[in-house]
Design a protein around this ligand. Structure first.
Ligand code: G6D
Length: 349
């Protein structure tokens, strides 16, 4: 496994570095110390042409100023928290409301805006980028000194593994995700409308006008949210279903059925033949299809458009701290948070 490093700009007087792992098939994964963010993943199409399949920017300044969370490690809590409020061990907390009246993606200075330290490790068949960040007690309003370790592994079996580990000295909240946007065509100016998606999900979380889940899990059956059989994501872009119209496509958490015989999510682009399969130990996946990009962003010199990419954000359900039955997002001092999500790349004719 080849490992290379290059400078990727400077922030607050610190050099931001980009690390690239390249396996023997020529597949590569790059990530930078700003936000422990994936900056590119290069995989072959059905003809062997290796291209970048994730949205990103050419410069650090664009990541910092535009901040659509391209490839970013999002936390302490991914997604929204209703009015930024929660109660923990009898204490009421008020986080900053950085998304209209709600708290989103860990706040204005979430983990995606932090400079992480990194070390590299490699074995015969795996390369690892081990990112660490220590979030002090009270950072963005969250209790507890939280130490987070995110390990990106690229394997010779063309898998990208994300392993999260975290500990805290006071009970806090932790529900991270990676916000990578896939565009399997290899060209961010080509919309992903015709990408097909398959999910094991039988339910998705209904959203209110402010995108906070209502608490109701709606059955996907008979709706444009049904991906139990692979289908084009375009159906949600053209749908008149109130939930699709609310967000102009998809911006929804889907509850995952962990089945023994299939991955939780499969994304496929018939034209390039590229496929990514996701397996995860998390309860849900948020599918967000970049419904609002206005072409002002650039990616390797080209501008990205509407529906330029789609996320597969493995996580527990948003606003879970305020919604019973939405799963666990607390972390106490006597626990070690541990989670793993794997994305496997291949091609199909
Ligand atoms: C918008 O509502 C969406 C989020 O789901 C997404 O994560 C963010 O843009 C990048 O706020």
């Amino acid at each position: 496994m080849d490992i290379s490093i290059k400078d990727f700009g400077e922030l607050s007087g610190q050099v931001i570095q980009e690390y690239t792992l390249t396996n023997r098939q020529g597949i590569s994964l790059s990530a930078m110390t700003y936000g422990a963010a994936i900056t590119s993943i290069r995989v072959p199409d059905k003809n062997g042409l290796i291209e970048n399949i994730v949205l990103g920017y050419d410069t650090l300044d664009e990541y910092v100023s535009y901040r659509p969370y391209y490839g970013a490690t999002v936390g302490r809590v991914a997604g929204r928290i209703d009015k930024g409020k929660f109660t923990l061990e009898g204490k009421n907390y008020q986080l900053e409301t950085n998304d209209k009246t709600n708290h989103s993606h860990g706040g204005i200075n979430g983990l995606d805006t932090k400079i992480w330290t990194v070390k590299t490790e490699s074995t015969e068949n795996e390369g690892h980028l081990v990112f660490t960040y220590k979030s002090p007690h009270g950072e963005n309003g969250y209790p507890g000194n939280l130490t987070v370790k995110v390990t990106y592994t690229l394997t010779e079996s063309n898998e990208w593994k994300i392993n999260y580990q975290a500990t805290t000295d006071k009970t806090t909240l932790f529900n991270p995700t990676n916000h990578v946007y896939f565009n399997l065509s290899g060209d961010p100016t080509k919309a992903i409308n015709q990408h097909t998606l398959a999910l094991t999900s039988k339910y998705f979380a209904e959203l209110k006008e402010d995108y906070i889940p209502t608490g109701t899990l709606l059955p996907v059956k008979g709706t444009p949210f049904d991906f139990t059989t692979a289908d084009t994501v375009n159906k949600g872009f053209e749908s008149t279903h109130s939930q699709n119209k609310l967000v102009s496509g998809y911006d929804h958490p889907f509850v995952l059925e962990h089945l023994a015989d299939k991955p939780e999510a499969t994304l496929y682009d018939q034209k390039s033949g590229r496929r990514v399969q996701m397996v995860t130990d998390r309860d849900a996946v948020v599918i967000f299809a970049v419904n609002t990009l206005d072409g002002r962003h650039t990616n390797e010199g080209t501008s990205e458009e509407h529906y330029a990419g789609i996320t597969l954000e493995a996580q527990n359900l948003p606003n879970a701290i305020n919604q019973k039955d939405f799963g666990k997002v607390t972390l106490s001092p006597d626990e070690i948070f541990q989670s793993e999500t794997t994305y496997r790349f291949d091609t199909m004719l």
